[in-house]
Design a protein. Structure first.
Ligand SMILES: [Cu+2]
Length: 271
């Protein structure tokens, strides 16, 4: 008897905790409401199953609390059909919103502007493609003190790339952004909770995802992969600006070519 009551209290307590706890998704600041819908539908489906199974458990524990003899029933076609049907409905409900979100997620809008985020133990830096809207090629072999992002010095597309050697980046509001991700060392993950969408940075390959920031403001970038002892300090800031403020900020940043010229001067004065 008492164990039935304990299970009942745990069930009701869990549901109330979920409904009334202050810890829930931060207010969304991107286009990805379809991801929130998928999460909400998952909560409703798993919540309904959680209540149904625990209620059944409480019922059985209380009804058969007196010692009684179990009888053997190897087949019950009606029950199996019902279980198969309702399990299928549940799984279809869990999968459909996710597939809908995924179909949008893998299709980058044609007008998306490219921003690159580079991860390394334990900081972020960024690169914009400049006026030609194309990022210059990169290679690990070009990485040096004067060229920490490894931009190919012989690639004309890289000359006007805007380098942000800082963990704070600005982006314009209301425009789709294709965020290209690259890691210099180990697995990292670019995650801004308010944007919902996220992606791993995989050493040796280039990954990407897209989003449209919908609210002006300042958001924290977290690395969401345990990437070493300094993982917890691998944070950055993304500031979503109106177009004018963003353009003014971007124009003040240095491009790869002057950065290289600076490097040559350094060598010259030394020589
Ligand atoms: Cu990391």
């Amino acid at each position: 008897m008492w164990i039935g009551i304990v299970v009942f209290v745990l069930m009701v307590g869990s549901v109330l905790f979920h409904l009334f706890s202050p810890w829930y998704l931060t207010p969304i600041a991107s286009n990805w409401t379809s991801i929130d819908n998928a999460i909400n539908v998952s909560f409703w489906v798993t919540g309904a199953v959680f209540i149904a199974i625990n209620s059944f458990l409480v019922y059985v524990v209380i009804k058969y609390r007196k010692r009684s003899r179990a009888h053997y029933e190897p087949e019950n076609a009606k029950l199996e059909k019902q279980l198969t049907l309702w399990t299928s409905v549940g799984i279809a409900l869990l999968l459909t919103p996710g597939l809908y979100a995924w179909a949008q997620f893998v299709n980058i809008p044609a007008d998306a502007s490219v921003v690159e985020a580079i991860g390394q133990q334990w900081q972020w830096s960024f690169r914009f493609p400049g006026k030609d809207r194309v990022l210059g090629t990169v290679d690990v072999k070009y990485i040096s003190d004067n060229n920490p992002m490894g931009v190919n010095p012989d690639d004309p597309y890289g000359r006007d790339d805007v380098l942000i050697e800082d963990s704070t980046v600005h982006i314009p509001v209301g425009k789709p952004i294709k965020l290209v991700l690259r890691s210099k060392d180990v697995l990292h993950d670019f995650f801004v909770p308010q944007f919902r969408a996220r992606m791993n940075l995989v050493p040796g390959s280039v990954t990407y995802f897209w989003f449209t920031p919908t609210k002006i403001g300042e958001y924290e970038i977290l690395c969401a992969q345990l990437c070493g002892v300094g993982h917890y300090v691998m944070r950055g800031t993304v500031i979503v600006d109106d177009q004018g403020t963003f353009d003014a900020w971007l124009n003040k940043q240095r491009t790869f070519a002057p950065a290289r010229a600076g490097a040559h001067e350094l060598v010259k004065t030394r020589g």
